[in-house]
Design a binder for this molecule. Structure first.
Ligand code: HEC
Length: 197
C-alpha cells in the first residue's frame, strides 16, 4: 500500500516537472512574432520601426487569389503573379461582426508565379512557386500620417524586415480604386461572404 502511494507521488512529481520543462521550451521556441500574435496583434515592428515579416500568415484566413498574367497584359503585367491574400484572424473575426477593418488589421499578399498553363482539367493558369510577399497594415497611431492609416511593405527575397513604402507607390492606387477602406474586397469572395448584409 505504502509503496503504491510512493510510486504515485513520484509519477505526479515527474509529470508536473516535465510539463514545466515543456512549457518553458515552448515559450522559448516561439518567435517574437508568434508571441506577439498571441497578444492578438499580427504586426510586429523592430526598434527601428521596420515591419518584421509575419511568420504564420498561412494559418490566417485566406480571402482570395487574383491573378494578372503577362499574357493578358501585353507581356508586361505590373504584378504578373497569383496574389494569394490572407487577413489575420483577429481582424477577420472583428470584420464579421462590424463589417470594418479594425485598427491593427494586417493583410498579406503572397505572390505565386504562374506555372503551367495546361493541366488534366484543361487550359488555364496554374500556380507555380512562391515569389515574395507584400503586406498592408492599418495602425492609426503608428501610421497617423498615412491616408486611411494604411502602410504598405514589400519583402525582398531573403529579407525578414521591411520599411514602409512611400505613400505614392502603393497607398494612392489603393485609395483610388479599392472598394472598401483601401482594401480590394471586391476581389475577395471570403470577405464579401463574411460581411453582414
Ligand atoms: C496600380 C494600382 C496598385 C498599386 C500601385 C499597388 N497596388 Fe496593391 N493591389 C492592387 C489591386 C488591384 C489589388 C487587388 C487585386 C490583386 O491583388 O491583383 C491589390 C492588393 C494588394 C494587397 C492585398 C490587400 C488589399 O489591400 O487588397 C496588398 C497587401 C497590396 N496590394 C500591397 C501593395 C504594395 C506593397 C504596393 C506598393 C509596392 C501596392 N500594393 C501597390 C493595386 C495596386
Amino acid at each position: 500500500m505504502k509503496k503504491s502511494v510512493f510510486t504515485m507521488s513520484v509519477v505526479l512529481v515527474l509529470s508536473v516537472l516535465s510539463w514545466g520543462i515543456w512549457a518553458v521550451a515552448e515559450e522559448q521556441s516561439m518567435t517574437p512574432a508568434g508571441k506577439h500574435e498571441m497578444k492578438h496583434e499580427a504586426a510586429q515592428f523592430d526598434d527601428k520601426g521596420a515591419l518584421m515579416m509575419p511568420t504564420k500568415y498561412r494559418e490566417w484566413v485566406f480571402v482570395g487569389a487574383p491573378v494578372t498574367p503577362n499574357d493578358m497584359n501585353d507581356g508586361k503585367a505590373a504584378f504578373p503573379e497569383f496574389h494569394d491574400v490572407y487577413i489575420d484572424r483577429m481582424s477577420f473575426a472583428d470584420y464579421k461582426k462590424t463589417g470594418k477593418f479594425r485598427d491593427g488589421t494586417v493583410l498579406v499578399k503572397e505572390l505565386v508565379s504562374v506555372g503551367a498553363k495546361k493541366a488534366a482539367s484543361g487550359n488555364g493558369y496554374f500556380p507555380g512557386d512562391f515569389s515574395g510577399i507584400a503586406v498592408a497594415v492599418k495602425e492609426s497611431k503608428r501610421f497617423a500620417k498615412e491616408p486611411g492609416n494604411w502602410a504598405y511593405f514589400s519583402f525582398a527575397t531573403g529579407k525578414m524586415t521591411a520599411d514602409a513604402l512611400p505613400t505614392a507607390s502603393c497607398n494612392k492606387c489603393h485609395k483610388d480604386n479599392a472598394a472598401e477602406d483601401w482594401v480590394f474586397s471586391q476581389y475577395y469572395p471570403v470577405l464579401k461572404a463574411a460581411k453582414k448584409k
